[in-house]
Design a binder for this molecule. Structure first.
Ligand code: C2E
Ligand code: CA
Ligand code: CA
Length: 799
């Protein structure tokens, strides 16, 4: 039930309650008033009745006295002539309208009577003694008011009695005086009889039914009589008969209650009208109470739908008005908070730029709009190069400032309807609205140039290099996901490309990218599930022609794509963060293999390649030390090859890791020397033992004079710095001879052997042992090294 309905119901219920209580009370009071008045009327009727009877008694007494003293009558009595007495009685009785006259002789017998009851003895002898006046008796089934007087001449000769009948005439007479119905009842046990009445026959019966069973003694208690049709008052009539006589004075109830019924009808009409009026009022009141509540409720509903625009207007100073004011305040509060939350959820806290979620919305909008109006737009994916370095070396506060400056400078250069967003970290994105591919590229190049001119952070000037990938709609995709992914790919390509910081996505690049992604997953599985293998390639000492060491080279047999080139998957491992676990996996395999060979009597110093990122792995030295201990091998068994470019990338960190490795007793070699831009002078400060000249200089020997020159001088300089020199990629004897002539210490290449799997390498080296044409040397161990040195000369198999 609605609130409004409930208020209405309660009000109506109250009105009905009050009205009916009033109704009942008024009716009851009125009814009892009316009854009181009626009873008073009945009582005064009784008094009228009493005085009428008394009047008649007096009349009778006068009449009877006149008769008793009448001379003629006395004479007639003295004569004892009955007919004469009878006619005298009749004449006299007629004169005073008496209904009965009789003469009673001295011995109590009725001598003469107008009613023909002679020769009987008089039924009421006590009346004679008392000379009673106006007594009522029952005679011949009729009530009669009798008066008795003695007749003297001068002594007593008898009595004369005159009576008035208590009959309908008397009843009518009293009725006309009192305006009441009058009924005379003879009340005998077992039977009540109506002697005279002004009532109709049915009412008479009703009356006797109501009085039956009550005795004269109980009259006093039940004087008021309600027959259903009549309201009566029972009034005893003093009488001499054995029957009890009473007069019932009554009013028809219908008449008594007329006024009551009228009032009742009127009250009822008033009640109905009042109820109708109250219903209207209650409706109105319920409305005024409920309407503002209703308004508040619908406002609350509106707010829950996120519509805060409308104010709830309830005027005045009522509680509801106060509530509505509070409601409006709350609505404002919610709106502001929501705006703040929406803003926070769509913007980057540091730079205030739209975040990924907002730019995604805008991008979707641009795609839809550009499709509809056949327009073009571009996305620039921007990444700061080396931002991590800035953060690490200058601190996060400076890093934050750099990001803020970059955000500002990007904003300065874009138009109002372009979107500059920060996607997170050092990644930004620009949505160039209605832009051509040419514009996008020149715009990106301008951004790169501007950033390179360095940004001011406090008192510092920091040079920022940007890498920007570009995709153009509609050429490079038509979904958000596709465009973003390809912009990312273009950006990574821009980062990886040395000569340009801006790359536009080229069709097909992301398929390659996806292939690499799936390769990464496979590579992770291979590393975790022992799917990697290691091949070994021997190194030969040119002075002794002995096998002096080997290089371990990792191999990956991909279940679907076959043998993978390490040049590719190492790069993949570096970019996907897998390189550390790959390096540890290779190191462990190699050391376990060295241990196995040692048990088999083959002792061989082996080099393992490290990647640039391994040099940043602070735990690597500890890992190697622990693995060496586990395999019970001295550190001198292990050489680590580190590329020149890896060392140069982060010289400070690289140097400290290299120092720790060197302290463990591990030998260090600079790999691929000549391909980086470092000079020997720069390497001088590094704790290395060996230099490996890159195979790109060696493969051309002896034909290329340039390469010969480079190799020759590199060997000389390295020797001057106390480094041993290894040449890799030696495929011919001519090359070997030239290198020997230049004073190179060690060679490695297909001339000696291709990299071999463990089984083949074991066979290969064992064959050299058995044939005694191969020589193996142990690593130069500290004093307590293992024993057994093979002195034999090495005759090169490819010769
Ligand atoms: P790298 O360290 O310069 O390894 C020598 C590469 O030259 C090997 O290629 C080897 O097979 C090849 N090679 C050896 N002798 C000759 C020759 O006479 N002529 C020619 N043309 N090539 C020769 P591979 O095995 O494909 O390895 C490529 C590169 O992958 C390695 O270059 C190394 O940088 C990297 N790499 C291999 N294994 C690992 C590893 O376990 N960890 C790390 N971080 N990098 C590795
Ligand atoms: Ca190497
Ligand atoms: Ca190399």
């Amino acid at each position: 039930m609605t609130f409004r309905r409930r208020v209405f119901m309660v009000l109506i219920a109250l009105v009905v309650l009050i009205e009916s209580a009033t109704f009942v009370a008024v009716l009851n009071t009125t009814r009892s008033n009316i009854f009181d008045i009626a009873i008073q009327q009945l009582q005064s009727g009784a008094r009228v009745f009493d005085s009428a009877i008394e009047n008649r008694s007096r009349e009778l007494a006068t009449g009877v006295a006149i008769l008793a003293s009448d001379f003629g009558f006395k004479r007639a009595v003295s004569g004892g002539d009955a007919p004469t007495i009878r006619s005298a009685l009749a004449n006299h009785g007629a004169r005073i309208n008496a209904d009965l006259a009789m003469f009673i002789n001295r011995d109590g017998g009725v001598h003469a009577s107008t009613a023909g009851i002679e020769r009987n003895s008089f039924a009421f002898p006590e009346l004679l003694e008392q000379n009673a006046v106006g007594r009522i008796v029952e005679l011949n089934a009729e009530a009669m008011q009798l008066v008795v007087a003695p007749v003297r001449a001068p002594e007593l000769i008898g009595w004369v009695a005159i009576g008035f009948a208590i009959d309908d005439a008397l009843a009518r007479q009293i009725a006309s005086l009192t305006a009441l119905t009058v009924t005379f009842l003879s009340h005998a046990p077992g039977e009540d009889r109506v002697l005279a009445s002004t009532l109709a026959e049915t009412d008479r019966q009703g009356l006797t039914r109501a009085t039956e069973g009550t005795t004269k003694d109980s009259f006093d208690d039940s004087r008021i009589l309600d027959t259903g049709a009549l309201l009566g008052l029972r009034h005893p009539v003093p009488s001499e008969s054995s029957a009890n006589l009473e007069v019932v004075l009554a009013l028809p109830l219908a008449k008594v209650l007329t006024a009551y019924y009228e009032l009742r009808t009127r009250l009822f009409v008033i009640l109905v009208l009042a109820l109708a009026l109250s219903a209207g009022g209650a409706r109105l009141l319920a409305g005024t109470v409920a309407r503002p509540l209703h308004r508040l409720a619908s406002a609350a509903h509106r707010i829950s739908q996120g519509d805060y625009g409308e104010k709830v207007a309830i005027s005045g100073s009522t509680e509801l008005a106060i509530l509505s004011a509070a409601f409006n305040d709350m609505q404002d509060g919610i709106r502001q908070r929501e705006q703040r939350i929406v803003h926070q959820s769509q913007h980057d806290a540091l730079t205030g730029l739209p975040n990924r979620s907002l730019v995604s919305d805008r991008l979707q909008y641009s795609i839809a709009a550009s499709k509809r109006y056949a327009r073009q737009f571009s996305i620039l994916m921007i990444d700061l190069d080396g931002f991590k370095g800035i953060n690490d070396t200058l601190g996060h506060a400076v890093g934050d400032q750099v990001l803020t400056r970059v955000a500002e400078s990007l904003l300065e250069r874009t138009r109002a309807n372009d979107t500059v967003a920060r996607l997170g970290g050092d990644e930004f994105m620009i949505l160039l609205d209605e832009s051509s591919p040419q514009h996008a590229r020149t715009f990106a190049e301008r951004l790169v140039d501007a950033a390179e001119k360095s940004v001011d952070v406090g008192s510092m000037k920091i040079r920022i290099d940007l890498s920007i990938g570009i995709v153009n709609f509609p050429w490079h995709g038509d979904t958000e996901e596709e465009l973003i992914r390809r912009a990312d790919i273009a950006m990574y390509i821009a980062k990886a490309t040395d000569n340009s910081s801006v790359a536009e996505y080229q069709i097909g690049q992301d398929e390659e990218h996806l292939r690499r992604l799936s390769l990464v997953n496979d590579l992770r599985d291979a590393i975790d599930q022992d799917g990697m293998t290691v091949h070994f390639q021997p190194k030969v000492d040119l002075r002794t022609n002995r096998i002096c060491a080997a290089e371990a080279l990792v191999r990956w047999q991909h279940p679907r794509f076959g043998m993978q080139s390490p040049d590719e998957f190492i790069d993949l491992a570096e970019k996907s963060g897998l390189i550390r676990s790959l390096t540890r996996c290779v190191l462990r395999k190699v050391l376990l293999q060295l241990r196995a060979w040692h048990i088999d009597g083959i002792d061989l110093a082996t080099s393992v390649n490290l990647s640039a990122l391994d040099l940043l792995d602070e735990n690597l030295p500890d890992f190697i030390a622990a693995t060496l201990t586990e395999c019970r091998l001295p550190a001198a068994y292990l050489t680590l090859e580190i590329t020149e470019s890896a060392v140069m990338r982060d010289a400070a960190n690289a140097r400290s890791t290299m120092k720790r490795l060197r302290e463990l007793g591990i030998r260090l070699a600079i790999d691929d020397f000549g391909t980086g831009h470092s000079s020997l002078a720069q390497l001088k400060s590094l704790p290395v033992d060996e230099l490996k000249i890159d195979k790109s200089f060696v493969l051309g020997l002896p034909k290329s004079e340039d390469d010969s020159e480079i190799v020759k001088s590199t060997i000389e300089l390295a020797h001057n710095m106390g480094l041993s020199v290894t040449a890799e990629g030696v495929e011919t004897t001519a090359c070997r001879d030239l290198l020997r002539q230049f004073g190179c210490d060690v060679i490695q290449g297909y001339l000696v052997s291709r990299p071999l799997c463990v089984e083949d390498f074991s066979l290969w080296i064992r064959a050299r042992l058995n044939e005694r044409d191969t020589c193996m040397i142990r690593p130069e161990l500290p004093a307590a090294g293992p024993n057994g040195v093979f002195e034999d000369e090495l005759s090169t198999s490819a010769a």
